[in-house]
Design a protein around this ligand. Structure first.
Ligand SMILES: [Fe+2]
Ligand SMILES: [Fe+2]
Length: 406
C-alpha cells in the first residue's frame, strides 16, 4: 500500500537509481516542499523541522503468511544470533577510553587528549562528527527495527529472541555515540552546540530507507550498513593514527569490532532466509539495491546547511573514509557471502533479480572512475560543526550529474 505522507515524492518508485555514496543525493534545497492537508498542520511542522523530501511510504510489503517464517526461526535465532552479543560484564564501556573525572589526574588526562587531537586536520573532525551524529540517532534505528513485521518487540520487554536481540543490539550501539561524543567534546575542536542541535534535528527527522516494515529488506539493509560502518570506522582509525592520535584510532577500531560482530549476525539471518526462501530473499536483495542503500543519517541538518549530508559524505569520500569503491566492495562481499550466483530453482523473476544483483558490482566500479574525476574538483565549504571553518569537499561542479541511473 502506498501512502503519501506530508511530503513530495522526489523519485518515482519505478525509477530505480543508484547514487554513489559521496554524491548520494545532491539536490537543490529549494526543491524540498512539505505538503499537508491542513494549513495549520503545515505551519506546525515547519516550526519543528526543516523541509525534507521523502519517498512515497510503502508499508507492510511482506506477505502476512511469511510472518510464520520468522516465528519458526525463533529457536534458531536464540542459538545462532544471540551468541553474537557480548555479555555486558565483558563489554568495553566509554569510560574505559576517557579521562577519569574522579581521578586527580583528570585535568592532565584532558590536556593530553587535547594535545593528541591538535594535529588532526579539520576535515577529519567533520567525518568524526558526522559519524558520531549518525550513532547518536540511535532512537531512530531501534524504532525502525521495531517496525519490521514478525520480529518487532511488541511490548518493550518481549521475550522473543528477535526482541532480545534488538534491545541488546541497541544497548551495544548506545556506547558508540556516547564515546565519540565525549571524546570530541573534550577535544575542544568542535562546536558542541551545533552538533547537539544536529542530533536533535536528525532524530526529529527520522530516516527514509524504504524497507516497508519488511524484515527481508530490513535485514539486508542492516547487513550492508553494519559492514559499511565497520569499513568506514576502520579507515578513520588508520587516518587518525597517521595524525598521531593513537587513542582515537583505538576507539574507532574498537567500535569497528562491534560493527563487525553485528554484521556477522545480520548476514547470518539473511543467509538463513536464502536457505528457507531463496526466491523471496533474492527479490528483496535486488529491490534494496535498486533503491540504493542510503546511509541512516541521510536527513541530517544543522539548522543552516540543507545539503549537509551530501557535504559530509563528500568529505568522507575525498578522505577515503567511505567511497564508491567501498559500496561496490560491500555489495560484492555480500553476493559472495550469500552465494547468490549459485542460487538455483528460482522463478523467472528471481533469476532476473539474481542476475541483476550479481552484475551490479561491476556496473558500480565502472561508474567509480567518474566519481573520482568529480572528487578531484574540490571546492571549499564551511561546516557549522567546526565553527564555520571551511574544508575541501569533493563534489565540485556536478549539479546536473547528481544521480547515476541504471
Ligand atoms: Fe555503531
Ligand atoms: Fe553496529
Amino acid at each position: 500500500m502506498a501512502v503519501r505522507l506530508n511530503a513530495i515524492n522526489f523519485q518515482s518508485p519505478r525509477c530505480h537509481s543508484f547514487a554513489l555514496p559521496a554524491i548520494a543525493s545532491l539536490r537543490s534545497p529549494k526543491a524540498s516542499t512539505l505538503h499537508s492537508g491542513s494549513k495549520d498542520v503545515e505551519t506546525v511542522k515547519k516550526t519543528f523541522s526543516p523541509p525534507r523530501r521523502i519517498h512515497v511510504q510503502v508499508t507492510h510489503s511482506m506477505a502476512p503468511q511469511k510472518i510464520e517464517i520468522f516465528k519458526a526461526m525463533e529457536d534458531w535465532a536464540e542459538n545462532s544470533i544471540l551468541v553474537h552479543l557480548k555479555p555486558i560484564e565483558k563489554c568495553w564501556q566509554p569510560q574505559d577510553f576517557l579521562p577519569d573525572p574522579a581521578s586527580e589526574e583528570f585535568h592532565d588526562q584532558v590536556k593530553e587528549l587535547r594535545e593528541r587531537t591538535k594535529e588532526i586536520p579539520d576535515d577529519y573532525f567533520v567525518v568524526l562528527v558526522g559519524d558520531m551524529i549518525t550513532e547518536e540517532a540511535l532512537p531512530t534505528y531501534q524504532t525502525w527495527i521495531n517496525s519490521f513485521d514478525g520480529v518487532r518487540d511488541e511490548t518493550g520487554a518481549s521475550t522473543t529472541s528477535w526482541a532480545n536481540w534488538t534491545r541488546a543490539w541497541t544497548a551495544e550501539e548506545n556506547r558508540h555515540g556516547d564515546l565519540l561524543n565525549k571524546y570530541l567534546y573534550l577535544s575542544g575542536r568542535v562546536n558542541m552546540n551545533q552538533i547537539e542541535k544536529s542530533i536533535q534535528y536528525l532524530i526529529g527527522l527520522g530516516m527514509d530507507l524504504r524497507t516497508e516494515n519488511n524484515p527481508y529488506l530490513g535485514f539486508i539493509y542492516t547487513s550492508f550498513r553494519e559492514r559499511a560502518a565497520f569499513i568506514s570506522l576502520g579507515n578513520t582509525a588508520k587516518l587518525v593514527r597517521e595524525h598521531g592520535d593513537f587513542k582515537l584510532a583505538q576507539i574507532c577500531s574498537t567500535i569497528a569490532a562491534d560493527e563487525k560482530r553485528h554484521e556477522t549476525a545480520y548476514t547470518k539471518i539473511v543467509e538463513k532466509l536464502f536457505e528457507i526462501d531463496p526466491d523471496g530473499t533474492v527479490l528483496a536483495f535486488a529491490d534494496m539495491m535498486k533503491k540504493k542503500i542510503s546511509m541512516p543519517a541521510h536527513l541530517m541538518y544543522d539548522g543552516h546547511d540543507e545539503n549537509l549530508f551530501d557535504h559530509f559524505s563528500a568529505v568522507a569520500q575525498r578522505l577515503g573514509v567511505y567511497t564508491a569503491k567501498d559500496y561496490a566492495d560491500i555489495l560484492e562481499h555480500l553476493v559472495k557471502r550469500w552465494k547468490v550466483e549459485k542460487l538455483t530453482g528460482l522463478s523467472a523473476e528471481g533469476q532476473k533479480a539474481r542476475d541483476y544483483v550479481c552484475g551490479l558490482p561491476l556496473k558500480i566500479r565502472r561508474l567509480e572512475k567518474r566519481a573520482q574525476t568529480w572528487s578531484k574538483q574540490a571546492a571549499r565549504i564551511p561546516f557549522s560543526w567546526i565553527y564555520d571553518r571551511e574544508v575541501h569537499h569533493g563534489i565540485g561542479q556536478i549539479d546536473n550529474k547528481k544521480e547515476i541511473v541504471f
